[in-house]
Structure formats: C-alpha cells, structure tokens
Write a protein that binds this ligand. Structure first.
Ligand code: HSE
Length: 308
C-alpha cells in the first residue's frame, strides 16, 4: 500500500500590511499527516489525534480540499487521511490551512504529481473556506510554496513567491484563547476610506520591495495595519501593551497573526528574537493566560515529506 507521511507547517497570514494577500511559513510548529492510497475510491479521514475535529470529509477542511482536487482529477483509487494535529484550531497560525494544504499535497505526490504546487492552492483554498466562511489563500499559499507569498488574485489563482531575507525571524505568541476566523471576519467593516487604502497599499508595496532588497528599515516602516488591526485587536487581551513591549525589545514590527488571537513580530537575527520572546512572556504571564511562544526562521520550504 502506497503512503506518505508529511510535516505541514503553521503560517502567519496578513503580516499587518497585506490583509488576505500576504503570508509566510513558520518552521518549528506544524502537523503531521499520513496519506494512504487505497483500492476503494473516495476519501476517508480515518484518524485525528490532538484535536477534536470532525472525521466527516464534508465538514473537515482536509476532506473538502481532497475532494475538490479529486473532482477535477478523478482517480481510480481512494485515499485515507490521518491527521496528527499540533496546531490548535482557532489559534491564528493557519491550523485549517495546514490540514487542507497537507491533504492535497499528499494526494498529489501519491498520484505522481499531476499538478504543480501552485495548482494545488485552489484546492486547498476550497478546504480553507469551510473553516473561515470565505475563500482566502494567504495561509495555504505559504504552506504549499514556503517562504513569503503574495496572493495577487484568488479567482483565477495568481500567487507569487517572494524572497525571504536571510536574517529575518518571526516570533509568535499564542495566547490560548480561541478566536474563530469566521467570527473575526464577520466583525470587519466592508468599506475603507481612500486615505487608509493609500496608506495600506503604500506599505504593502514597500514591504515587498524590502524583502527583495533586504532593507530591514523599510520592512519596519511598512509593517503597519490601519484597516483591520484597530478592529480585531480589541479581541486580543492587552494587545497594545504587548505591542509596546515587543517594539521596545527591537522588533521590526508587530501585529495580529492571521485572524488572531496569536500575535507575531518580525525581527532581524536570533538575539533580538529571543529578547522579543522574553518581552512577550513577561507581559502574557502577568495576564495569567496559558500561552505558547514560537521563535522561528522563515520556513522557505513549506510542506516537507518525512517518509514515503
Ligand atoms: N486573511 C485571513 C483573515 C487569514 O485574516 O481572515 C485567516 O487566518
């Protein structure tokens, strides 16, 4: 029986200036999945460990993504999926994206790669939309492609992989409260003023330019979100206090990871990143909320095959 075991990583979406279009992939935290080819057609989720998530393929993001792919590319075999969750659902570091992207990546490998990795984004995105109520690719794209990605369009899918400056690191604080992406999207207003839109696209364009030129000062000036952060930060305990402490510790920027409640900082170098982690720890400990902190290089590979 053919099977593949993969590591499918967590990711940070939005990155302050790029709501729904910018994201990057983390290294130390992610799920494992086993995808197995079977004689019987169809997709079955046979095991989920670490989280209480539905095995029903119509309600599980991995099942929905896998079925979307097989609807476009029928196979005369079936697939069993096992998911070993390490990324908590509702944590804001791409839990559903890891499962959706992992499922289509694994099936594609077992089928002898009928699709390239860019093509898989559309199927993973269909799974992701089950979790968040609307399609967005800013988590699934970096999980599949690695590094930083820019989603120019989701219909048709047009995604660009961006460079990751060598010394750039991320620090992610996950306060263990659950915030559903669907809810965090519902609270957003549909309109923005022209003034704010100008600020946002100036910052996004500048941040992308800074990734190419490794201009850390420009990255820092560009990590600003005047549109979504003011609304969503209200859902995160002591967001402004933590932000101040993290920027004082030398972060290039700080903001909400995806739809929260996780928050992230970008920094130059390991020492500054460790200082930022300490600053986050001291603030969150005062709140008495259970938490996890991840200090991570930018994961330029994305999903990794553990064994096949
Ligand atoms: N761009 C999405 C949002 C990411 O912020 O709603 C969710 O992880």
């Amino acid at each position: 029986m053919k099977e593949i075991r993969i590591f499918t990583p967590a990711s940070v979406a939005n990155v302050s200036c790029g709501f729904d279009v910018l994201g990057f992939c983390l290294a130390p935290v992610g799920d494992e999945m086993v995808i197995r080819m079977t004689d019987k057609q169809g997709v079955k989720i046979t095991k989920i460990e670490g989280q209480d998530l539905p095995l029903d393929v119509k309600r599980n993001v991995a099942g929905v993504a896998a079925q979307a792919m097989l609807a476009k590319h029928p196979a005369n075999c079936g697939f069993e999926i096992e998911i070993y969750k390490k990324i908590k659902a509702g944590s804001g570091i791409g839990s559903s994206a890891a499962s959706a992207a992992g499922a289509v990546f694994g099936i594609n490998e077992l089928l002898g790669k009928p699709y390239n990795t860019h093509d898989l984004i559309q199927f993973a995105m269909e799974g992701e939309s089950v979790a968040s109520g609307s399609a967005h690719a800013d988590n699934v794209a970096p999980v599949l492609l690695g590094g930083f990605t820019l989603v120019r369009s989701i219909n048709p899918v047009d995604v660009i992989k961006l460079p990751s400056p060598s010394e750039l690191m991320a620090v992610v604080l996950h306060p263990k409260i659950e915030l559903k992406t669907m809810h965090a999207r519902e609270i957003l207003k549909n309109n923005v003023t022209l003034k704010k839109a100008i600020t946002q696209w100036g910052n996004l364009a500048a941040f992308i330019s800074a990734l190419y030129t490794e201009d850390y000062g420009l990255m820092s000036r560009s990590l600003v979100d005047e549109i979504v952060e003011p609304m969503r930060s209200l859902l995160i305990p002591e967001f402004e206090t933590i932000k101040k402490a993290v920027l004082n510790a030398g972060a290039l920027g700080f903001g909400i990871s995806g739809s929260g409640p996780s928050v992230y900082a970008l920094a130059k170098g390991v020492d500054t990143s460790n200082n930022i982690a300490e600053a986050m720890k001291s603030k969150i400990e005062q709140l008495g909320i259970d938490f996890e902190i991840h200090v991570s290089a930018i994961n330029n590979q994305g999903i990794k095959i553990i064994s096949d």
